[in-house]
Every structure is written in structure tokens, then in C-alpha cells.
Write a protein that binds this ligand. Structure first.
Ligand SMILES: Cc1cc2nc3c(=O)[nH]c(=O)nc-3n(C[C@H](O)[C@H](O)[C@H](O)COP(=O)(O)OP(=O)(O)OC[C@H]3O[C@@H](n4cnc5c(N)ncnc54)[C@H](O)[C@@H]3O)c2cc1C
Length: 438
């Protein structure tokens, strides 16, 4: 066990870098040893695969505790319960589960997310309208507290819910226990529909909630920003498909002299091709469907050194007019997005800082080098908050801290539990300091 000299680390967006020491633990005893050496001045933060886009998994001046070696997975077929180390990935869990005709009911858009990262963000997937977020499948968590104690929590404990969506600020997750669902094959039936505008997209997504377990739409945010796109609907199906696993190592995109390949022209051309692509109407590999970008390693390199930000928010059903305001602003800036995704959320979890709640969630990727974008997003954030919306903190690196208590009205309740779990203030992150979370 060794704590390194400070090294430069960034989130998936590569738009925010910070210097911190690193230590890696593969046993509970090693994690306790690192904790005993950590200083409370800039603190300690557990990390996974750094798939969070902004500064949630950064801790400048402090230490990052890498848990990715704690990646054991055990599955009890009869009870459908999986016990997984905090560093086990969603992809590993899917593979182990599929071998026993089981599958995690809630998976995000990439398999390269650890159990620790999944709990700390209370992640959601294409099934949210049916299954809720990750915590809905969570039965137990084992946490290392700043006192050095190792404690088990279940959904009856307030500490459990403060840790769900708690951005690593309540303690270090060591192990989780999850309930898996039955599947009869490794495939999903996919039906895609091309839509001409946002109204059509919203109608189809809303109408498909009851018939499809997975719903999501790709939205073209380039050109005239009318919201044309492709709606993708899916159901688990019985037919076994032969295909290379999506999580096997694909090509890696190099960072060519830090060059940004995302220009309004390239995005427009890509979006045109994507809009016109042949539509699916049949079986597809479950893992490929769930994690479409995982075939390309480090796709975030295409944004070059300026990096990019992913902006994701949720807004109530009935407040859809806010999309028009957003599109008008982006159109005026000629800010073309390579990735735009619209999804309808279902019920919220009991966690005070969990992001998903009933409504529409829109996700956009933007190069940080677009002139005027930051100013526009600051104005839009205010309108979003006034309309009752909020942004997803695990993807954030820029929002005004003054807006957080309105976006997350249960912040005070969360803080009280967090403070009781970590009176020393050991767990820290750049994001927690920037947003005055603790
Ligand atoms: C391509 C792509 C697609 C994505 N799709 C989705 C999606 O569909 N839905 C969604 O909700 N999210 C999505 N995300 C975001 C991703 O799920 C989250 O950012 C997740 O938290 C990343 O997990 P990680 O293991 O990389 O954790 P990191 O990024 O390393 O850390 C994220 C947070 O988790 C905390 N953490 C990590 N490990 C532990 C631990 N052992 N104990 C306590 N805290 C810990 C960290 O302190 C930090 O606050 C996507 C990200 C990418 C890059």
C-alpha cells in the first residue's frame, strides 16, 4: 500500500484537472490503513473508473482512494442476489449475471462504471420509468466510515439513503448486495422510430412507457434544432444472439495533439447520417444495446484538450416549453451537440440527493470551447431552476452553488446525516468544495 506523489487527474469530460495523491486498496485492511494516514486538511475521496464527467471524483490537494481492485462478484442463483466489491464494474456484473440467466435491472449507458460510482450517483438507465434508479435494486451496502469502522446499512437506515447519490461524501463503499432480475436470453428486442420534431418524440416516448421496458431517444441538436431524431424502444427477449460483447476492448481514439474534432460541420454531418440510418426492428445484443459507445475506448478524446461538458437536467412533464428556450439559445450560438438524449423518468428514490424524479431528462454534450456557451448556460440554469428543474451533479463542473439548495431542497437533511457520519470532514471532493455541499 502506497500513497503516490500528487498526479494530474481529470473527469471523463477532460475539462477540469486537479492534482492529488493516489492510493489503491484491494482489501478492507488496506483501505483502513490509507484512511489512518489521510489528513483532514484536503481529505480523502473514494473513486472508481472516473466516468463522472466533471469534478465529482477529484480532490485537489488531497488523496484519491482507488477501489477498483476490490472487484469480487458472487451470485446466489436461488435468491437472485449478487454480492459485489465496490470496484466491480457494471460490465463484470452483467457478464457474471448473464451466465446464470440474470441481469442487473438498472444499468447506465456505459458498462465501465463501478458499484461505488453507481451508488454514489444513484445512476439511472433506459428502464428508469419502470425500475427507478440503481438504489431500487440495492439491498445492503458496507461502508468504511471516517472513524475507521466498517458498518453495514440497509434501506431502513438514513445513512443508506445519504450514501445513495451522496457523491462519495459519507464514506467509502466496500461492498454492495443487489437483487438481479431473470432474463431468458442475452438479447433485447429493439424497435426504432424516426421522428420529425420534438412534439412527435415526446408523444411516442410518453405512449411507450407501458409497452416497453427500455425507452430513450436520440435527438439531433444541430441544424435547425427542431428536435428531430430516433426513438429507441426495447424489451428483454428470448432469442439468443451471437455477437461480440460490447464491453470487449474496441479501438481506442487517440488524443491527436489535443485537437478538437467536434465542429458544427462535423456534428451536422454525423447527425444527418445518424438520422437517416436504417432503423432497427428486431433482436440485438443486450449489452450492446445498453452500452452503445463502449465499443470505442476513450471516445472522449475527440474533444481534444479543451475537453467537453455533459449537461443533463430534469424538468416536470407539462414544462416542455423550456426545451424550446434551450434550443433557441443553442441555435443562436450555433452550438451543435454530438450527443443529445431525451428520456422520460419514473418515480424518484428516497435518497435526498438522488437526481432522477418524474419528468423529462435531456442530456447534451458540448465542447467547452464554444464561444458564449457558458454564459448562456448560466442564464438557462436560472430559468431551469425557476421552472422547478435541476441538473445532474455527477456530470457537473460549472453550476452556480447558489442554485443548489433550490435544485436539491433536501440538501439540509442530507447534510445533517452526512455530518453525523463524518464529523471530522474527512471525505472531500473538488465538487463538494465548489458547491458548498458539506
Ligand atoms: C459514456 C458514459 C455514459 C454514462 N451513462 C450514464 C447513464 O446512462 N446514467 C447515469 O446515471 N450515469 C451515466 N454516466 C455517468 C456515470 O454512471 C457516473 O458518473 C458514475 O458515477 C461513474 O462511476 P465511476 O465508477 O467511474 O466513478 P467515479 O467517476 O470514479 O466517481 C464518481 C463518484 O462516485 C464516488 N465513488 C466512487 N467509488 C466510490 C466508493 N467505493 N465509495 C464511495 N464513493 C465512491 C466518487 O467519490 C465520486 O463522487 C455515464 C458516463 C459515461 C462516461
Amino acid at each position: 500500500m502506497q500513497i503516490t506523489d500528487p498526479v494530474l487527474t481529470s473527469g471523463w469530460g477532460n475539462n477540469f484537472h486537479s492534482l492529488s495523491s493516489r492510493a489503491s486498496a484491494s482489501t478492507v485492511a488496506e483501505a483502513q490503513e490509507i484512511l489512518a494516514k489521510a489528513s483532514t486538511a484536503r481529505g480523502l475521496l473514494a473513486t472508481g473508473l472516473h466516468r463522472s464527467y466533471g469534478d465529482s471524483a477529484l480532490n485537489s490537494g488531497g488523496t484519491l482512494l482507488d477501489l477498483t481492485s476490490m472487484n469480487h462478484i458472487r451470485i446466489d442463483r436461488a435468491s437472485r442476489i449478487a454480492v459485489a466489491g465496490a470496484g466491480a464494474t457494471i460490465a463484470d456484473l452483467e457478464k457474471a449475471a448473464l451466465a446464470q440467466s440474470l441481469f442487473p435491472p438498472i444499468v447506465p449507458g456505459t458498462g465501465y462504471v463501478t458499484m461505488g460510482g453507481a451508488v454514489a450517483a444513484d445512476i439511472h438507465g433506459k428502464s428508469h420509468h419502470r425500475t427507478g434508479s440503481f438504489s431500487a435494486s440495492l439491498r445492503r451496502m458496507t461502508l468504511l466510515l471516517s472513524s475507521g469502522e466498517v458498518v453495514d446499512y440497509t434501506p431502513k437506515d438514513v445513512e443508506f439513503w445519504a450514501t445513495v447519490g451522496g457523491l462519495g461524501l459519507t464514506g467509502t463503499l466496500l461492498e454492495v448486495e443487489l437483487e438481479l432480475r431473470e432474463v431468458t436470453s442475452n438479447s433485447v428486442f429493439v424497435l426504432e422510430k424516426r421522428v420529425k420534431n420534438l412534439e412527435e418524440m415526446i408523444t411516442i416516448l410518453a405512449e411507450s412507457d407501458s409497452d416497453f421496458e427500455h425507452t430513450v431517444a436520440w435527438i439531433d441538436l444541430s441544424g435547425d434544432y427542431r428536435g428531430r431524431g430516433v426513438v429507441s424502444l426495447g424489451n428483454y427477449c428470448a432469442k439468443q444472439v451471437k455477437s461480440k460483447e460490447a464491453t470487449s476492448k474496441g479501438p481506442t481514439l487517440p488524443s491527436i495533439a489535443g485537437k478538437n474534432f467536434i465542429t458544427p460541420l462535423s456534428v451536422r454531418a454525423f447527425n444527418e447520417i445518424w438520422y437517416r440510418k436504417p432503423l432497427k426492428n428486431g433482436e440485438s445484443s443486450l449489452t450492446k444495446y445498453m452500452h452503445p459507445l463502449d465499443g470505442i475506448n476513450r471516445w472522449n478524446n475527440i474533444y481534444g484538450t479543451p475537453g467537453f461538458l455533459q449537461y443533463q437536467f430534469v424538468i416536470d412533464v407539462g414544462k416542455e416549453q423550456i426545451f424550446e428556450r434551450l434550443f433557441a439559445g443553442l441555435r443562436a450560438l450555433k452550438a451543435a451537440s454530438f450527443l443529445g438524449v431525451l428520456k422520460k423518468f419514473g418515480e424518484r428514490s428516497a435518497a435526498p440527493l438522488s437526481f432522477p424524479r418524474p419528468g423529462w431528462t435531456l442530456t447534451l454534450d458540448y465542447s467547452t470551447s464554444i464561444p458564449g456557451l457558458e454564459k448562456f448556460l448560466q442564464e438557462f440554469d436560472e430559468e431551469l431552476v425557476a421552472a422547478g428543474g435541476r441538473i445532474y451533479l455527477i456530470k457537473d463542473s460549472r453550476v452556480d452553488p447558489a442554485l443548489i439548495p433550490t435544485m436539491y431542497p433536501r440538501l439540509g437533511e442530507w447534510r445533517a446525516v452526512r455530518d453525523s457520519m463524518d464529523p471530522k470532514g474527512l471525505w472531500q471532493s473538488d465538487q463538494a468544495r465548489r458547491l458548498h455541499l458539506c
